[in-house]
Design a protein around this ligand. Structure first.
Ligand code: FES
Length: 281
């Protein structure tokens, strides 16, 4: 039996703001009945102030899903859409005095529905599923997991399942989740260490070595998976000259690959002052 706070019980037994708003300015629908939880959130926004004047929900879910959705509608009423977007799933759980850890995914569902409704109000395309699906049973991607792990300081597979449902079905994704968790925790540890230790000035030789290692370990394998490759041509200060090879050299998105992938990886592992310059052959 779950241990619910009085506030969760109250919001479950007397849910506020059930139904649909009178004038739907934004709608967010998340989850699916196949997964056991589905939530539809509608918002009405005052155009002049940008404030959410009404928010209502409909859900097929458990007591925690009803309480979380209801709490969310109370929390976002009167806020601007920008202010509402600062609300995390943890804030929803805190508002209710906490949720059983096995039910934290209900607060995540609420936050996602709110983001979808606001995106819809702002005329933005529905968020494309980004990242690699890690858990097929519940359609959870590595990005979803990373975000929830970072925001809630999760450290175990069980916690990931409690917060995202990933891993709560057939279990065949457990190894993948654990590997992902390991990578996220290592990254977090590295960031914490970097925050404590002021960055050491790299000598040119150290910098070039680090660039070569990063290309070899992080960048080349990913490009090769798509039939591409990369060659380091030269390094001048923080300017890294490279040539894309294989399919990457003819790909229409090569500039995107350079700035959003190659440069970002070098910034992450070498120094954030790196600028990548393409040298065409
Ligand atoms: S694939 Fe994740 S539980 Fe089945």
């Amino acid at each position: 039996m779950w241990d619910y706070t009085d506030k969760v019980k109250d919001f479950f037994e007397n849910p506020r703001n059930v139904g649909e708003v009178g004038r739907i300015d934004g709608v967010g629908e998340v989850g699916s009945l196949a997964c056991g939880d589905a939530l539809r959130l509608t918002i009405q926004v005052d155009k002049s102030s940008g404030k959410i004047e009404d928010a209502r929900f409909q859900t097929f879910g458990c007591a925690s899903a009803i309480a979380s959705s209801s709490a969310l509608t109370e929390m976002i009423r009167g806020l601007t859409t920008e202010e509402a977007l600062n609300i995390s799933n943890k804030d929803i759980a805190d508002y209710l005095g906490g949720l059983p850890k096995e039910k934290m995914h209900c607060s995540v569902l609420g936050r996602e529905a709110m983001e979808a409704a606001i995106a819809n109000y702002l005329g933005q395309a529905p968020k494309k599923e980004e990242g690699e699906i890690i858990c097929e049973c519940f359609g959870v991607t590595d990005r979803d997991i990373e975000r929830v792990v970072m925001e809630n300081d999760l450290t175990t597979l069980e916690e990931v399942t409690d917060y995202t449902k990933a891993g709560g079905g057939c279990g065949s994704c457990h190894e993948k989740i654990e590997a992902l968790l390991y990578r996220i925790m290592a990254k977090r540890q590295k960031e914490a260490q970097a925050a404590e230790t002021p960055p050491k000035k790299l000598t040119n030789l150290q910098k070039i070595k680090l660039i070569e290692e990063t290309i070899e370990r992080e960048i080349r394998p990913a490009l090769k998976m798509d039939g591409g490759d990369i060659e380091l041509v030269d390094v001048d200060g923080n300017h890294v000259m490279v040539t894309l090879k294989g399919t990457c050299s003819t790909c229409a998105a090569s500039q995107f690959t350079l700035t959003e992938y190659v440069e970002q990886k070098l910034k992450e592992f070498v120094t954030d002052e790196i600028m990548v310059v393409e040298v065409k052959q």
